[in-house]
Design a protein. Structure first.
Length: 191
Protein backbone atom coordinates (compact mmCIF):
# COMPACT_ATOMS: atom_id res chain seq x y z
CA UNK A 1 0.00 0.00 0.00
CA UNK A 2 1.55 3.31 -1.05
CA UNK A 3 1.73 6.17 1.46
CA UNK A 4 -1.13 8.19 -0.09
CA UNK A 5 -3.54 5.25 0.18
CA UNK A 6 -2.73 4.65 3.83
CA UNK A 7 -6.05 5.99 5.03
CA UNK A 8 -7.47 5.76 8.53
CA UNK A 9 -10.96 5.92 10.01
CA UNK A 10 -11.33 7.47 13.46
CA UNK A 11 -14.50 6.73 15.43
CA UNK A 12 -15.13 8.44 18.77
CA UNK A 13 -18.02 8.93 21.15
CA UNK A 14 -18.60 9.10 24.87
CA UNK A 15 -18.71 5.71 26.66
CA UNK A 16 -22.00 4.08 25.72
CA UNK A 17 -22.37 6.17 22.56
CA UNK A 18 -22.23 3.13 20.30
CA UNK A 19 -18.84 3.52 18.63
CA UNK A 20 -17.71 -0.06 19.27
CA UNK A 21 -20.97 -1.56 17.98
CA UNK A 22 -20.82 0.57 14.84
CA UNK A 23 -17.15 -0.21 14.32
CA UNK A 24 -17.82 -3.97 14.49
CA UNK A 25 -20.59 -3.64 11.88
CA UNK A 26 -18.24 -1.68 9.62
CA UNK A 27 -15.55 -4.32 9.87
CA UNK A 28 -18.07 -7.07 9.04
CA UNK A 29 -19.07 -5.33 5.81
CA UNK A 30 -15.76 -3.73 4.86
CA UNK A 31 -13.09 -6.43 5.27
CA UNK A 32 -10.35 -4.02 4.14
CA UNK A 33 -10.71 -2.29 7.54
CA UNK A 34 -8.66 -3.57 10.45
CA UNK A 35 -9.06 -2.55 14.08
CA UNK A 36 -6.16 -0.73 15.71
CA UNK A 37 -5.81 -2.25 19.16
CA UNK A 38 -5.21 0.50 21.70
CA UNK A 39 -2.98 0.18 24.73
CA UNK A 40 -4.31 1.00 28.18
CA UNK A 41 -3.23 0.90 31.80
CA UNK A 42 -6.50 -0.36 33.25
CA UNK A 43 -7.32 -3.93 34.18
CA UNK A 44 -9.22 -6.08 31.66
CA UNK A 45 -13.00 -6.25 32.04
CA UNK A 46 -14.61 -9.67 32.09
CA UNK A 47 -14.12 -11.35 28.71
CA UNK A 48 -11.50 -8.89 27.42
CA UNK A 49 -8.36 -10.43 25.95
CA UNK A 50 -4.88 -8.90 25.88
CA UNK A 51 -3.79 -8.28 22.28
CA UNK A 52 -7.38 -8.52 20.99
CA UNK A 53 -9.40 -5.92 22.87
CA UNK A 54 -6.49 -3.86 24.23
CA UNK A 55 -2.82 -4.21 24.98
CA UNK A 56 -3.07 -4.17 28.77
CA UNK A 57 0.00 -2.50 30.28
CA UNK A 58 0.86 -1.56 33.82
CA UNK A 59 1.02 2.18 34.47
CA UNK A 60 4.83 1.93 34.57
CA UNK A 61 4.96 0.02 31.25
CA UNK A 62 2.67 2.61 29.69
CA UNK A 63 4.83 5.52 30.88
CA UNK A 64 7.98 3.75 29.65
CA UNK A 65 6.43 3.45 26.16
CA UNK A 66 5.50 7.14 26.26
CA UNK A 67 9.09 8.06 27.16
CA UNK A 68 10.39 5.90 24.30
CA UNK A 69 8.10 7.64 21.77
CA UNK A 70 6.12 4.46 21.00
CA UNK A 71 2.74 6.23 20.83
CA UNK A 72 1.11 8.31 18.08
CA UNK A 73 -1.12 9.73 20.80
CA UNK A 74 -1.94 8.99 24.42
CA UNK A 75 -4.16 10.42 27.11
CA UNK A 76 -4.89 10.00 30.79
CA UNK A 77 -8.64 9.58 30.20
CA UNK A 78 -9.49 8.90 33.86
CA UNK A 79 -7.23 9.39 36.89
CA UNK A 80 -4.44 6.81 36.61
CA UNK A 81 -6.04 5.24 33.49
CA UNK A 82 -3.98 5.85 30.37
CA UNK A 83 -4.99 4.99 26.79
CA UNK A 84 -2.98 5.35 23.62
CA UNK A 85 -2.29 4.35 20.02
CA UNK A 86 0.96 2.51 19.37
CA UNK A 87 2.86 3.42 16.20
CA UNK A 88 3.72 -0.26 15.74
CA UNK A 89 0.02 -1.17 15.62
CA UNK A 90 -0.67 1.18 12.70
CA UNK A 91 2.39 -0.11 10.82
CA UNK A 92 1.28 -3.71 11.43
CA UNK A 93 -2.11 -3.03 9.80
CA UNK A 94 -0.71 -1.07 6.86
CA UNK A 95 1.87 -3.80 6.20
CA UNK A 96 -1.08 -6.17 5.67
CA UNK A 97 -2.53 -3.82 3.03
CA UNK A 98 -5.50 -2.80 5.18
CA UNK A 99 -6.99 0.52 6.26
CA UNK A 100 -6.81 1.32 9.98
CA UNK A 101 -9.97 1.89 12.00
CA UNK A 102 -9.60 3.48 15.44
CA UNK A 103 -12.08 3.31 18.32
CA UNK A 104 -10.71 6.10 20.54
CA UNK A 105 -11.68 8.77 23.04
CA UNK A 106 -12.41 12.25 21.67
CA UNK A 107 -9.08 13.85 22.58
CA UNK A 108 -7.18 10.93 21.04
CA UNK A 109 -9.40 11.14 17.96
CA UNK A 110 -8.58 14.82 17.47
CA UNK A 111 -4.86 14.13 17.90
CA UNK A 112 -5.00 11.31 15.33
CA UNK A 113 -6.85 13.58 12.88
CA UNK A 114 -4.16 16.25 13.35
CA UNK A 115 -1.47 13.63 12.74
CA UNK A 116 -2.99 11.95 9.65
CA UNK A 117 -4.72 15.08 8.25
CA UNK A 118 -6.42 14.42 4.86
CA UNK A 119 -5.69 10.68 5.09
CA UNK A 120 -8.10 10.45 8.05
CA UNK A 121 -11.88 10.51 8.24
CA UNK A 122 -13.00 11.36 11.78
CA UNK A 123 -16.52 10.41 12.84
CA UNK A 124 -18.19 11.38 16.10
CA UNK A 125 -21.01 9.06 17.18
CA UNK A 126 -23.41 11.18 19.18
CA UNK A 127 -25.92 9.66 21.63
CA UNK A 128 -29.45 11.13 21.59
CA UNK A 129 -28.93 12.60 25.09
CA UNK A 130 -27.16 12.05 28.42
CA UNK A 131 -30.08 10.08 29.92
CA UNK A 132 -29.95 7.50 27.10
CA UNK A 133 -26.19 7.30 27.57
CA UNK A 134 -26.62 6.57 31.29
CA UNK A 135 -29.19 3.84 30.49
CA UNK A 136 -26.81 2.18 28.00
CA UNK A 137 -24.01 2.18 30.56
CA UNK A 138 -26.30 0.70 33.22
CA UNK A 139 -27.41 -2.06 30.82
CA UNK A 140 -23.79 -3.14 30.34
CA UNK A 141 -23.65 -4.12 34.04
CA UNK A 142 -19.85 -3.82 33.99
CA UNK A 143 -19.36 -0.91 36.39
CA UNK A 144 -20.47 0.48 39.72
CA UNK A 145 -22.99 3.34 39.86
CA UNK A 146 -20.11 5.61 40.94
CA UNK A 147 -18.03 4.64 37.89
CA UNK A 148 -21.05 5.29 35.66
CA UNK A 149 -21.43 8.75 37.21
CA UNK A 150 -17.79 9.48 36.32
CA UNK A 151 -18.35 8.31 32.72
CA UNK A 152 -21.54 10.39 32.37
CA UNK A 153 -19.76 13.45 33.76
CA UNK A 154 -16.92 12.92 31.25
CA UNK A 155 -19.48 12.44 28.46
CA UNK A 156 -20.68 16.00 28.90
CA UNK A 157 -17.10 17.19 28.30
CA UNK A 158 -16.66 14.78 25.35
CA UNK A 159 -19.81 16.00 23.61
CA UNK A 160 -18.18 19.43 23.33
CA UNK A 161 -15.66 17.88 20.89
CA UNK A 162 -18.24 16.74 18.33
CA UNK A 163 -17.80 19.76 16.03
CA UNK A 164 -14.05 19.06 15.74
CA UNK A 165 -14.86 15.89 13.74
CA UNK A 166 -15.39 15.59 9.98
CA UNK A 167 -18.79 13.95 10.50
CA UNK A 168 -21.30 13.71 13.35
CA UNK A 169 -23.68 10.75 13.27
CA UNK A 170 -26.60 10.67 15.69
CA UNK A 171 -27.02 7.20 17.17
CA UNK A 172 -30.72 7.19 18.03
CA UNK A 173 -31.14 3.99 15.98
CA UNK A 174 -28.16 1.66 15.68
CA UNK A 175 -29.31 0.40 12.26
CA UNK A 176 -29.57 3.92 10.86
CA UNK A 177 -26.26 5.00 12.45
CA UNK A 178 -24.48 1.92 11.03
CA UNK A 179 -25.84 2.59 7.53
CA UNK A 180 -24.89 6.28 7.61
CA UNK A 181 -21.41 5.47 8.89
CA UNK A 182 -20.85 2.74 6.32
CA UNK A 183 -21.89 5.11 3.53
CA UNK A 184 -19.46 7.91 4.51
CA UNK A 185 -16.60 5.48 5.18
CA UNK A 186 -17.08 3.77 1.80
CA UNK A 187 -17.10 7.14 0.00
CA UNK A 188 -13.93 8.20 1.82
CA UNK A 189 -12.06 5.00 1.02
CA UNK A 190 -13.06 5.17 -2.67
CA UNK A 191 -11.71 8.75 -3.08
Amino acid sequence: MDAENRKVIIISSPSGGGKTTIMHHLMEHLPELEFSISACSRSPRQGEINGKDYYFLTEDEFKKNVAEGAFLEHEEVYAGKFYGTLKSEVQRIWSRGHYVIFDVDVVGGCRLKDYFKHRALSIFIKPPNIEVLRERLLLRQTETPEAIDVRVSRAEFELSYADKYDMIILNDSVEKAVEQTRKVVTQFLEK
